[in-house]
Design a protein around this ligand. Structure first.
Ligand SMILES: O=C([O-])C(=O)C[C@H](O)[C@@H](O)C(=O)[O-]
Ligand SMILES: [Mg+2]
Length: 429
């Protein structure tokens, strides 16, 4: 068996995204993703996926060049390769990513986001070459299915008038009744039993009312609210007081570890984060201050599936829970998330997934949720197959774009509807 990497292909694409609202603005009609393929000397291929904005693509290109001639099994070597790739200083000047939605932005984190796409592609190829599923390469599954939560968003029925977009059949959700209706459809279509509402969009009282309406419609079901750091400490404590009896956790109510620690000290509601702990370097301060009770790993920016397992081990050591964050990903990443989540022993919270919002994919067969869970594939590799025609169509869309959609910008999308919109300064409430 020859595991030498002989070819690496990078395909940036634009995928349809509905008008989902968050505290920064609204999703653009198409969002960038990067599809990574590696091929071995034996002709075995592996696929990976990561963020597709220009700053990732510009690192992925030199990274891909350096991979040829290496072994798909040399997963540790990917980090050495990453260290050799220079990051343009202007890419980390503002120190935050997507207005802060993905936490701090450092050169290392950018590199890790690229490593993850290649790591997953290498694991897929290695698994196929050995006839083993990715979860076996990660040490073996401890469950046969991984539970996901319904990721509810305030949303408009359509992207602003005149903006080209794909149709979506979800309708609008801008008030408690709309949120409950969306949740009902999520349960009917996918069987989800826990619900996360993306908040920070409307004044807290409206979002409290929406969560209350969910609690009434789905009594006893785990509920979460995530305003992406849009609230002050006082507001966070107030919301925790109002909703403490129904929340599984509050996610990033306030921005930054010191503020989160203060909120945590003043409420019994557990706090989760995908914003103040997004790198290993941020763990010590957050855990020693008791700022977070659940870390939501995003294998893309934590540097892959094996780093996610390491994060889970650190969390276990500190008695902090672990679950998963999600961002406009496709089926390759859902498969990758499912494989790694299947290997984490103490996963006690349903993982996030945007996948139901992504009507387009690059797989021949979409992954499915049954009873809110994705079955863990035992097929070799990730257990997914690339649909080359679909990939070509979505790549063509990226090629045809004049550059405005190649970098995610929720504030720019909002300005189309509201020209006066500026990225809100935090805390917003
Ligand atoms: O905090 C989170 O869970 C996210 O950042 C998830 C996504 O970025 C979500 O907020 C989005 O895409 O609007
Ligand atoms: Mg979050």
């Amino acid at each position: 068996m020859n595991l030498t990497i002989t070819d690496v292909t990078l395909t940036p694409i634009l995928v349809a995204d509905p008008p989902l609202l968050n505290t920064q603005g609204v999703h653009q009609p198409y969002t960038p993703r990067l599809i990574v393929e590696v091929e071995t000397a034996d002709g075995v291929t592996g696929v990976g996926e990561t963020y597709g904005d220009a700053k990732y693509l510009e690192l992925a290109r030199p990274f891909a060049e350096r991979l040829k001639g290496r072994q798909v099994s040399d997963l540790n070597g990917l980090f050495t390769v990453a260290d050799q790739v220079a990051v343009d200083a202007s890419r980390v000047e503002n120190a935050v990513d997507v207005g802060g939605l993905r936490g701090v932005q450092t050169a290392d984190k950018l590199r890790l986001s690229v490593v993850s796409g290649f790591e997953v592609a290498c694991l897929d190829a290695l698994g196929k070459a050995l006839g083993l599923p990715v979860h076996t390469l990660l040490g073996g599954k401890v469950r046969d299915a991984v539970e996901y939560s319904a990721y509810l968003f305030y949303k408009w029925a359509h992207h602003p008038q005149g903006v080209p977009a794909e149709k979506d059949d979800w309708g609008a959700a801008v008030d408690p009744a709309g949120v409950v209706e969306q949740a009902r459809r999520f349960t009917e279509r996918y069987g989800f039993t826990s619900f996360k509402l993306k908040g920070g969009v409307f004044p807290p009282a409206e979002e409290i009312a929406a969560v209350r309406a969910l609690a009434e419609a789905f009594p006893g079901h785990p509920l979460r609210l995530d305003p992406n750091g849009a609230w002050s400490v006082e507001t966070s404590v107030e919301v925790a007081r109002e909703l403490g009896d129904v929340l599984e956790y509050l996610e990033d109510p306030a921005l930054g570890t010191p503020a989160m620690a203060e909120v945590a000290a003043r409420t019994g509601v557990p706090l989760a984060t995908n914003m103040c702990v997004t790198t290993f370097a941020e763990i010590r301060e957050a855990f020693t201050k008791g700022a977070v009770q659940v870390v939501l790993s995003d294998h893309h920016y934590w540097g892959g599936l094996r780093n996610t397992q390491q994060l889970a081990a650190v969390c276990r050591t500190f008695g902090v829970g672990v679950s998963m964050h999600s961002n406009t990903h496709l089926g390759i990443s859902l498969a990758a998330m499912t494989h790694v989540a299947a290997t984490v022993p103490d996963l006690h919270h349903a993982c996030d997934s945007h996948y139901p919002w992504q009507s387009e994919d690059v797989l021949t067969e979409r992954l499915t949720f049954e009873g809110g869970k994705v079955a863990v594939s035992d097929a070799p590799g990730l257990g997914v197959e690339l649909d080359r025609e679909r990939l070509a169509v979505l790549h063509r869309r990226w090629l045809d774009d004049d550059g405005t959609l190649r970098d995610r910008d929720d504030a720019a999308a909002m300005r189309i509807a509201d020209p006066a919109w500026v990225t809100p300064s935090m805390p917003r409430w």
